[in-house]
Design a binder for this molecule. Structure first.
Ligand code: FES
Length: 274
C-alpha cells in the first residue's frame, strides 16, 4: 500500500509524486487533503490531493521540500512505500454555479486550486486562473489549468514569465471592471498572498475563499494543532476547513502559529543536510 509510483522533480525543491492509494483516489473530492507519514523519523505532513485517477487508484501530490520531513519525503524513490497516508481529510470545496470564478494560486498553492478550478468549470462557471510565483520555474500546472480556465494570467516577481509583479495586480483590474468582476474568488498559497487577496476583494464584497495551511498533526480534530480563528471563533482547519471565508480569517494569528516551531525546524533541517 501507498507505493510511490513516480517521484519527479519539477522545479528547485518542488516534486510531483504519484502514489498508489486506491481508496483515497476513489473517494477524494476537490479541496480535500491527505496526511502523509513518510517513515518513522518523519513528521506527518498535510498535502493537498492535486489530482487522482480512480481507475488506476493513484493520487497526485506536490511536495515542496522546505523542512525536515518534506526533505525526507522527496528523497524517497519510485518503488518505495510511504508508511501511512490518511485521507481524504477536510471538507470538500463548496462547488456551486457562481457565474464568474477567479482562482488565485501562489507557488505550490496552485496544486490546491487545480482540482477546485476543474470542478468549478465542470459546474458551468467561467473560470479565470491567476498564477503567481517568484520565478518561472515555480509556476506549475499552467498547461493543465489551460484546459478549462479562460483566460490564465501568470505573474512572476522577477518577470521571467508572464507579467512582472504579483497576482493581486491582475486581480485588482478584474475587480474594477464590472464586466470581469468575479462572483467568487478562491485563493491558495503563501499566507501574505491570501491575506492580500482577501483585503483586495473585501471592499467589493466579492466572496473570497482561502485554503489555510496551518500546522497539522492528526488531521482528525483531536490535537488542536491546526486551530485558526475565523470570525472570532476557534476552528480546526483539518475538520472545519481547510477552506474558510477569507474576510473572516485572523491572518495575524495564523502567521504567528506557522512560525512557532521555526527554530526546531532549522535544527532538524541541519541534521538532514549533515
Ligand atoms: Fe489535529 Fe487538526 S490537525 S486538530
Amino acid at each position: 500500500m501507498f507505493k510511490i509510483l513516480s517521484n519527479e522533480q519539477i522545479a528547485p525543491k518542488l516534486y510531483r509524486l504519484a502514489v498508489l492509494a486506491p481508496r483515497i483516489a476513489g473517494h477524494r473530492r476537490p479541496g480535500q487533503f491527505v496526511i502523509v507519514h513518510a517513515d518513522r523519523q518523519a513528521e506527518r505532513i498535510p498535502l493537498t490531493i492535486a489530482d487522482a485517477d480512480e481507475r488506476q487508484g493513484t493520487i497526485i501530490l506536490y511536495v515542496q521540500a522546505v523542512g525536515y520531513s518534506t526533505g525526507r519525503l522527496v528523497k524517497m524513490a519510485a518503488g518505495s512505500s510511504l508508511r501511512d497516508v490518511a485521507g481524504p481529510l477536510g471538507r470538500p470545496t463548496d462547488i456551486q454555479k457562481w457565474g464568474r470564478a477567479t482562482c488565485v494560486g501562489g507557488g505550490v498553492g496552485t496544486a490546491v486550486l487545480y482540482p477546485v478550478a476543474k470542478a468549478l468549470a465542470a459546474a458551468g462557471n467561467q473560470v479565470t486562473a491567476l498564477i503567481g510565483g517568484r520565478t518561472a520555474s515555480l509556476i506549475i500546472l499552467r498547461d493543465e489549468l489551460a484546459a478549462f480556465c479562460h483566460p490564465i494570467h501568470i505573474t512572476t516577481e522577477d518577470g521571467s514569465l508572464g507579467q512582472k509583479g504579483f497576482v493581486t495586480q491582475v486581480l485588482e483590474k478584474q475587480l474594477r471592471d464590472s464586466s470581469l468582476q468575479p462572483q467568487v474568488v478562491f485563493a491558495a498559497g503563501p499566507v501574505p498572498m491570501m491575506r492580500a487577496v482577501a483585503e483586495m476583494t473585501r471592499p467589493y464584497g466579492v466572496r473570497t475563499i482561502v485554503s489555510l495551511n496551518p500546522i497539522m498533526i492528526d488531521g482528525t480534530g483531536m490535537c488542536g494543532g491546526c486551530r485558526v480563528m475565523v470570525d472570532g471563533e476557534m476552528k480546526f482547519a483539518c475538520v472545519d476547513g481547510p477552506e474558510f471565508d477569507g474576510h473572516k480569517v485572523d491572518f495575524d494569528l495564523l502567521t504567528d502559529r506557522l512560525t512557532t516551531y521555526r527554530e526546531e525546524e532549522c535544527r532538524m533541517l541541519k541534521q538532514l543536510d549533515d
